[in-house]
Design a protein around this ligand. Structure first.
Ligand SMILES: [Zn+2]
Ligand SMILES: [Zn+2]
Length: 183
């Protein structure tokens, strides 16, 4: 890239493959260390610096926050950043000792592009709160209707008083747990 420096109007295109040195992202989802990011770079020499445009692609892997299965998703971010010759504070990045360091720019852009709460699919139903099976794999999965808290109370009374049966039927008729009563 040295031939671009201080030569406004010059342009170069490069494709760069970078092996990610350490996880880029969060504990939930990240472009993992060892995976490859590809960057299609366009470097344009301007009067005050080098304008870098990049199309960065890779793959992030993580876990669905609802059902916990592994999730892989493509990462694609576009970056455009001016690396200025001057170290003026007006510019976020500067050309340093005739070099540009793309790493922090790519790192930030990739991390920001990752979903905060990755899901395997938008309508993931998560796990059954009772037995933990993944609901998407088990359509129609259900347990016997949970014991209505009012039932539980009556069951307790029953033991004490011994005349709970008539009350029981009243509750079953109004509640959603009626199916449980069929025998
Ligand atoms: Zn899921
Ligand atoms: Zn279950």
């Amino acid at each position: 890239m040295y031939d671009l420096l201080h030569r406004p109007g010059e342009m170069r295109e490069r494709t760069l493959s970078v092996t990610v040195p350490d996880d880029l992202g969060t504990e939930i989802i990240a472009v993992k260390a060892g995976s490859v990011l590809t960057a299609e770079l366009r470097l344009e020499s301007l009067h005050d610096g080098i304008l870098v445009s990049a199309d960065v692609r890779g793959t992030a892997s993580g876990e669905c926050v609802r059902c916990l299965i592994d999730v892989e998703q493509p990462v694609e971010v576009e970056i455009q950043e001016l690396f200025a010759y001057s170290e003026d504070e007006a510019f976020d990045y500067a050309v340093q000792v005739d070099m540009i360091d793309l790493e922090p720019v790519i790192r930030d852009a990739v991390v920001l592009s990752l979903p905060f709460q990755p899901v395997c699919q938008e309508d993931c139903l998560g796990l059954c709160p009772e037995c933990g099976v993944r609901l998407l794999d088990n359509p129609g999965h259900e347990h016997e209707a949970p014991v209505d808290p009012r039932w539980a109370a009556l069951a307790g009374l029953e033991g004490l008083g011994g005349e709970g049966s008539s009350q029981k039927e009243d509750v079953a008729g109004t509640g959603t747990g009626a199916t449980e009563e069929k025998r």
